[in-house]
Ligand binder design. Structure first.
Ligand code: ATP
Ligand code: MG
Length: 365
């Protein structure tokens, strides 16, 4: 998957700019507030996902305009394609001349992974961020997983309501069984999928982190279950989960909250055996978050044989020269966009294209 040509009009501070990136590493450098992140964001919009930094489309449109227009020529599925996106009152997507009915339809046509400073929360914040990362990554590969997850969350919400109702109507106690059966059914699938995904992901994150740290440090990721639900088969997981729910009833009736299940689980991230969240340095945390994101792309490549475009926003800061050089020169065979402020960080780029961003205009150097 490669971006061949991009035209950006009235998107944030970019009134009009055009780029023809190379198929390898593209460095976009420039001073603060020139539009580097905005340019990455404009490419990201073609994934059909929401912006990684604002929830309102209106914020994406230049202050002096009513619409933002993005047009991109890209190579995917062995052919040249064009995607056009207009952001105004709503979003209008045109793919190869055909108008899409909804922005969901564009999903999967252009694939990218994004790493920006907000993604440091993957390592720095609580389990919610990491569960979300896992759930989105798995849903992208297997859309059915998203359905299971939503059914699971609904069943948990129903059990929580019931836990509170039982305090007033004890005769409802027996109906707990119905919801626990549903929860266990969906939970067993969620746990199985997460374990499978982390197993694949760790293969790549190991390798990437080792490369970043020149083999000096080791990254370990694993599934961290708050209440351990084990089983070699889906049925064993189901039985085990049901049992755990049954045993948690006493406590859960007091709190009115379901205390066991995959909604409480976490992705453990350790560097040299220590939890990265509590012990990692800035550079180590950044390297770990980046490894997860690049690993996510590698899993997509392995699963679908499509290599997503990597959008790396401000990835260089806080990293030493060894780590910067790894990013610049060892991510091969795929298209990468990297933004940075300091052109000195770019001088070690062996192959690739340098672009300067100034006042919303991007020029090849
Ligand atoms: P840094 O190096 O600090 O990360 P950057 O080059 O990545 O800087 P951007 O985040 O791309 O900078 O933002 C550039 C400018 O775009 C900001 O000053 C911001 O005020 C401006 N901007 C954001 N949204 C809009 C908009 N809708 N219309 C016009 N300007 C906008
Ligand atoms: Mg920026």
């Amino acid at each position: 998957m490669n971006v061949k040509h991009l035209e950006v009009k009235n998107f944030r501070n970019i009134e009009r700019t055009t780029i023809d990136p190379c198929d390898g590493v593209n460095i976009i450098y420039g001073e603060n507030a020139q539009g580097k992140t905005n340019l990455l964001e404009s490419i990201w919009m073609f994934t059909g996902c929401r912006s990684f930094r604002s929830s309102k489309d209106s914020e994406l449109i230049n202050f002096n305009s009513k619409t933002a227009n993005l047009s991109m020529d890209f190579f995917a599925r062995d052919r040249d394609q064009n995607a056009y996106l207009e952001i105004g009152e709503g979003r209008k997507f045109i793919l190869n001349g055909v108008k899409m009915k909804s922005s969901n339809q564009i999903m999967g046509e252009f694939l990218a992974v994004i790493f920006s400073p907000v993604h440091l929360s993957l390592v720095k914040e609580g389990p919610y961020e990491r569960r979300r990362f896992l759930d989105i990554a798995i849903s992208q590969l297997k859309p059915k997983y998203a359905v299971t997850l939503s059914q699971y969350n609904k069943a948990i919400a129903q059990r929580n309501v019931l836990l509170k109702d039982i305090q007033l109507h004890s005769e409802l106690y027996d109906t707990l069984d119905i919801w626990e059966d549903r929860i266990a059914f969906f939970a067993s699938e969620i746990i199985r999928q997460r374990l499978g995904y982390i197993n694949k992901l760790s293969f790549y994150t190991d390798e990437i982190y080792s490369g970043l740290s020149s083999g000096k440090e080791k990254l370990d990721i694993s599934y961290n279950q708050q209440t351990v639900v084990v089983g070699d088969t889906k049925h064993e997981l189901y039985e085990n989960m049901k049992n755990q729910l049954y045993q948690s009833r006493k406590l859960d009736l007091v709190t009115g909250f379901t205390s066991v299940g995959p909604h409480r689980d976490d992705l453990s991230i350790k560097i040299d055996r220590l939890p990265a969240r509590n012990y990692g340095s800035q550079g180590q945390q950044r390297s770990a978050a980046l490894s997860l994101k690049l690993g996510e792309a590698a899993v997509i490549k392995n699963f679908s044989d499509v290599q997503p475009v990597a959008l790396l926003d401000d990835v260089m800061s806080e990293l030493d020269t060894g780590r910067q050089n790894y990013i610049l020169n060892h991510i091969k065979d795929w298209q990468v966009f990297i933004t940075c402020c300091d052109p000195a960080a770019v001088k070690n780029l062996k192959y690739g294209m340098k672009l300067e961003m100034k006042d919303g205009i991007c020029k090849k150097k």
